[in-house]
Design a protein around this ligand. Structure first.
Ligand code: PXP
Length: 236
């Protein structure tokens, strides 16, 4: 059974929409852990659109499971991450205009920067994962660059239907088998939900799935009834 890393960025995104001090992503992280999450994932974006530095510090200090920090190839964020000391970092591509991480990291274009950054994290005993498209070539290069893990971008799989989804699943499985055979830790994530996750979770050697949007979206309906009842009680 793969581990579940819950991405709590989406909680911070609601908070930042109003610049209030709630909902608190740390509180969300602690609930996730209590419910069985094996790790917490956060993405400190260069534009700070959701998670802020102070969230990273509080979450790092207070969670009992492991912390996975997603980050772009940026020297500013790297310096912060090295100080923060997450258990894992996952290097992702970042584009200011995107709604979310749109594609996998271009490991070919960023070879030398990646090699440097990976060695900086290894000196601090922080594992490095590269968020790549399901591609054997990209997985092979990740291994050459001494990445500990790859996280396969499941976005295209999640968006596809029918035959197209089957084709995406084959691409993911092929890359997964290659990665496992080379000793890479195999993770996956993006767009995974309550319907499309099981085939990914069943892939041999799958170590961890990082899931955020669908879980936070589900939690609205799991809790909306209570939220309205509690407000009604105050209207006396
Ligand atoms: N993994 C990575 C590397 C991501 O960038 C994201 C999105 O922040 C996720 C997993 C989680 O994706 P989702 O929110 O669609 O479940």
């Amino acid at each position: 059974m793969p581990a579940l890393g819950v991405n709590v960025d989406h909680v911070a995104a609601i908070r930042q929409a109003r610049f209030t001090n709630y909902p608190d992503p740390l509180k969300a992280a602690l609930i996730c852990e209590k419910a069985g999450a094996d790790g917490i994932t956060i993405h400190l974006r260069e534009d700070r659109r959701h998670i802020q530095e102070k969230d990273c510090v509080l979450i790092r200090k207070n969670i009992k499971t492991k912390l996975n920090l997603e980050m772009a190839l940026s020297s500013e964020i790297t310096a912060f991450a090295l100080k923060l000391g997450p258990d894992d970092v996952c290097i992702v591509p970042e584009n200011r205009k995107e709604l979310t991480t749109e594609g996998g990291l271009d490991v070919f274009k960023n070879k030398s920067r990646l090699k440097k950054i990976i060695s900086l994290f290894h000196k601090k005993r922080i594992r490095v994962s590269l968020f790549i498209e399901p591609s054997v070539k990209a997985a092979a290069l990740s291994k050459e660059l001494f990445a500990d893990a790859i996280e396969l971008h499941t976005g295209a799989y999640a968006r596809a239907y029918g035959y197209a989804r089957k084709k995406e699943l084959i691409r993911i499985k092929k890359t997964a088998a290659f990665a496992v055979s080379k000793g890479l830790i195999l993770n996956a994530g993006h767009g995974l939900d309550y319907e499309n996750t099981p085939p990914i979770a069943r892939i041999k050697g799958m170590n961890e799935l990082n899931i955020g949007h669908s879980i936070i979206a589900y939690s609205i309906f799991a809790g909306l009834d209570q939220a309205v009842r509690d407000m009604k009680k105050l209207l006396v």
